[in-house]
Write a protein that binds this ligand. Structure first.
Ligand SMILES: *Cc1c(COP(=O)(O)O)cnc(C)c1O
Length: 405
């Protein structure tokens, strides 16, 4: 595992794409935390940083339609802010559609980007005015054709997620060879065969990775065109990074490689573009404040264990496998550092945040001190809530085996 010594005491701004201007300006998140002293753990988002990120991407890819991936952070204020900026939205469920509409998003700005959806949820989205759907299977396509007639569909293809810190595995997307027949079928069913999408894996640290998806899209375009079904759109998915301990390349590197790949594969016949950033828009805009519950010296005297009131189950799901390594800031920064294991507060043995990754924290740290996890605006609150991705919490029913009717 990567050696990440001296990960605390980091007072500078996120590395790579996470650069912020003017370290002299007062940090509004710190100000809020100092003044309000909210109960921990809590996540504080800076909407100004969300705006900056959106505008940065808008400028870098002026002809791409930006669909914010709502699951990264469904805070209503964040969604509302993005509605105000003219963003579109990538949603996964009726709950996320309702949220976007409630915050003023137009139905035409919504892309139903989940390949796994119930027929009645498609029908409901259609009734609400949504006309853009992803698909990757014949069964889902038939449902769309029947309950969302005439809609635009794009097909998600499976691509290599190498270079991603949190790859998707094989759950979504079909091979490019299957995508073309599906899109031709879409047209036979009266749908608008619109284009191709892919997701190169979240927190993608290799700017060249998009070539896999853009190249695959071109092959699907060619196959469909040869059968008289011209496609028009390439959806670049998510994958743009936030700033964790491992620095990420700047946005310009990603955009340059994406542009090169578009030129190489499509030349002058550049397709319409969609992009679905989640982490990039909200990751660096949030700070998660936690409190130290306890510090205990380990038996071997090597590393102390620092237990926080935030853990795997109330917001730090992405520490699983130590995939995402947050930068930390503490109330005792500046004091001498020592190696630590970081763990969450629950009685679950897996609720350990970092033990393979080397973290160092001030040796003076003790219960009641605070530890901030920086760049924690993406996939934290949404994973911890009982409403992740807009799906309702699992209801609990009780029966009593002794009470027979
Ligand atoms: C989660 C998701 C995204 C956002 O991915 P990031 O890596 O956070 O940018 C985009 N598109 C789809 C379909 C997703 O499921």
């Amino acid at each position: 595992m990567t050696d990440l010594s001296a990960t605390t005491g980091v007072t500078d701004r996120p590395s790579g794409t996470a650069q912020q201007a003017g370290s002299a300006a007062p940090d509004p998140i710190l100000q809020f935390l100092d003044r309000q002293r909210p109960e921990t753990p809590c996540l504080v988002m800076d909407l100004a940083q969300v705006r900056n990120r959106y505008r940065q991407l808008r400028t870098a890819l002026p002809d791409a339609r930006i669909c914010y991936a709502v699951k990264a952070n469904p805070t209503p204020e964040v969604v509302g802010e993005l509605v105000g900026l003219g963003a579109s939205f990538d949603v996964a469920s009726p709950g996320e559609i309702d949220l976007c509409l409630a915050k003023g998003a137009a139905p035409e700005s919504i892309s139903y980007g989940n390949t796994i959806k119930k027929r009645r949820d498609i029908a409901r989205a259609y009734e609400q005015g949504v006309r853009l759907f992803v698909t990757d299977s014949a069964a889902d396509l038939t449902n769309i054709a029947e309950v969302a007639p005439g809609s635009q569909v794009f097909c998600r293809v499976l691509v290599d997620n190498k270079g991603s810190r949190t790859p998707f595995g094989r759950k979504f997307g079909c091979p490019p060879e299957t995508a073309a027949p599906l899109l031709r079928r879409a047209r036979e069913l009266g749908l608008d065969a619109y284009g191709v999408s892919f997701h190169i894996g979240s927190q993608q640290l290799e700017p060249g990775a998009w070539e896999h998806g853009i190249g695959a899209a071109r092959r699907v375009f060619e196959d469909c065109a040869a059968h008289g079904v011209p496609l028009r759109m390439v959806n670049l998915g998510g994958g743009l990074p936030a700033g964790y301990t491992e620095s990420a390349p700047p946005l310009a590197d990603y955009v340059r490689r994406i542009e090169e790949s578009l030129d190489h594969n499509f030349g002058a016949r550049r397709p319409e573009l969609l992009i679905e950033p989640g982490r990039f828009i909200v990751g660096d805009a949030g700070v998660l404040r936690s409190e130290v519950v306890l510090v205990s010296d380990s038996c071997d005297g090597e590393r102390s264990w620092v237990y926080l009131d935030i853990g795997r189950y109330n917001g730090l799901a992405e520490t699983e496998g130590e995939a995402i390594t947050y930068r930390l800031r503490t109330s005792r920064d500046g004091d001498p550092l020592g190696p630590v294991v970081l763990a969450g507060p629950t009685c679950d043995g897996d609720d350990v945040l970092y033990q393979r990754t080397r973290y160092e924290l001030p040796r003076t740290l003790r219960g009641g001190d605070w530890v901030d996890l920086l760049s924690a605006g993406a996939y934290t609150a949404s994973y911890s809530s009982v409403g992740f991705n807009g799906f309702n919490p699992l209801p609990t029913y009780c029966v009593d085996g002794d009470q027979r009717s």
